[in-house]
Design a protein around this ligand. Structure first.
Ligand code: ATP
Ligand code: MG
Length: 482
């Protein structure tokens, strides 16, 4: 395929740092007698007015030598130049810019791998191997054409039309490297662009190819979709194209509405997406967004129809919390801290609702403070985001109820200091007082003290706890009580 590069007006000025970088690379390239271009995400995001701190340069020639020479031309220090010989790329950091160099190349793919054989090639051939037209825009660094915008595939027009399109046949593009299907949907989400119809069709057709992509790369794209302003855009595309069924079937199980005796329930897939968007509007925390995505994941497994009550999902928070570790393992998300946090929020997501009922005791409030600890604010935010009713009266009432819960939580916390609380008597103290070795009895006494404090039977202080400990020990016939 012949590629004709058009030269376009490039209206966005570079800032001072970017100008210094461009001049350094241009200078180094001129000295080496090679052609270099800024390309890809940097050019795209600059034209869109998005903040960008990563610059990719493509070099028709030895990009590794160019990286080393450019680093030397920059004022002040750069990081070490990291070289990836196999990929013909080099990378360094200067100030807060991450700068990458790649040798212009042509690629040929094998059916079983997304890693192609590569050969050095012309700029035109390099542009043709790139995923989307909006990622093929290049800025020339040659002296004769410095700062010109090169547009081979009408990428500028696609930027204007807010359209994701591939330079080559989309079927072949996605078959060659199926990660591009995830990237297409991710860019559509991040940029609020639409997918050209032939891309939607090609992704739907080639979706099963996603199986040759490593889980880490898939999850990386999922995280980027989740971190976008409106993550639902991406999840809807993943769902409609059939990708979601392959990479995250538990979420697809949320979709749909069943009817019995004229009674339906809400579509939990679209409800979940709404909750994720609501959370995204108020917080940048990735793991809180994951908690929103998973908060109702236990619903399909707990769905029942009761002729009196209609549809119920009893215990879905418990079942959902239990599903979290498996999902994290399947998606290769980090276990430990983030996983425990998500699990906790899924488990507790109905508790603040139960506290909106009348006659709630201090003890119920204390328990939530104790169990949620530092994550209480996030939990409340999730609960407020969970209100997706279209009835404004209802929404108002629910929000008012949560405001009351927040007030109660604050009052009880000020009085009892339960959040991040450690019971005043430790296991060591119990062992020492009764001359006990570590054993179950010690745990039983400790739990009894904690429960008594949470229930409000005794105050949250050392003296009352100590007295209560002696009393419990006596009841349990612990040796050395008196
Ligand atoms: P971002 O950095 O926001 O993810 P980007 O467009 O800069 O967006 P990179 O992954 O940094 O994406 O890649 C830089 C450029 O390399 C892209 O703009 C695109 O031209 C090309 N590219 C990256 N990945 C692929 C791929 N899988 N297939 C084809 N071209 C790709
Ligand atoms: Mg980039």
């Amino acid at each position: 395929m012949a590629v004709t590069i058009q030269i376009k007006h490039w209206p966005i000025p570079l800032n001072e740092q970017e100008r210094i970088i461009f001049q350094a690379v241009a200078h180094a390239a001129a000295k080496m007698g090679v052609k270099a271009y800024a390309i890809g995400g940097f050019v795209r995001d600059k034209l869109l007015g998005r903040p960008v701190k990563e610059i990719d340069f493509v070099c028709v020639g030895d990009s590794i030598a160019l990286a080393r020479a450019a680093a030397k031309c920059l004022p002040g220090k750069t990081s070490l130049v990291q070289v990836f010989k196999r990929f013909g790329t080099a990378h360094f950091v200067w100030q807060d810019y991450s700068i990458e160099f790649v040798t212009a190349r042509r690629e040929s793919y094998h059916p079983d791998s997304r890693n192609p054989d590569v050969e050095p090639a012309s700029l035109e051939e390099d542009l043709l191997r790139r995923d989307f037209t909006i990622n093929t825009l290049a800025i020339s660094l040659q002296e004769s054409s410095f700062d010109q915008l090169l547009d081979a595939f009408e990428g500028l027009e696609d930027l204007r039309q807010k359209r994701i399109r591939t330079p080559a046949d989309p079927i072949i593009t996605f078959r060659d490297d199926p990660l591009r299907m995830m990237r297409a949907i991710r860019f559509a989400t991040q940029l609020h662009f639409h997918l050209a119809p032939e891309l939607v069709e090609a992704i739907s057709q080639e979706a099963p190819r996603i199986q040759i992509v490593s889980q880490e790369r898939i999850t990386d794209e999922l995280n980027k979709i989740l971190m976008a302003q409106k993550p639902s855009i991406g999840f809807e595309w993943l769902f409609k194209t059939g990708l979601l069924q392959l990479i995250f079937p538990q979420m697809v199980a949320l979709a749909g509405v069943e009817m019995i005796d004229g009674k339906g329930h809400k579509d939990n897939f679209y409800h979940t997406l709404q909750v994720v968007d609501n959370v995204a509007a108020r917080s940048d925390k990735l793991w809180l967004r994951w908690a929103a995505l998973l908060h109702d994941i236990g619903k399909p497994a707990t769905k029942r129809f009761d002729p009196q009550q209609g549809w119920t999902f009893h215990g879905h928070e418990v079942v959902g919390a239990r599903m979290v570790p498996k999902i994290f393992a399947q998606l290769k998300l980090p276990t430990h801290q983030p996983m425990e946090y998500v699990k906790k929020l899924v488990l507790l997501h109905l508790r603040p609702i139960s506290l909106t009922k009348e006659n709630i005791t201090d003890s119920a409030i204390r328990r939530l403070l104790f169990e949620a600890g530092d994550d209480l604010e996030d939990l409340m935010l999730l609960c407020e985001a969970d209100i997706t009713s279209r009835n404004p009266q209802k929404v108002k009432r629910y929000l008012q109820n949560f405001a009351l819960v927040r007030k109660r939580l604050q009052e009880v916390e000020e009085k009892d200091r339960i959040r991040n609380w450690q019971p005043p008597i430790t296991g060591e103290m119990i062992m020492e007082r009764f001359k006990l070795p570590p054993c179950k009895l010690v745990g039983d006494i400790k739990n009894a003290i904690r429960e008594a404090i949470l229930d409000g039977k005794i105050g949250n202080n050392f003296e009352e706890a100590w007295e209560y400990m002696i009393q419990v020990a006596r009841e349990l016939q612990v040796p050395n009580v008196d």
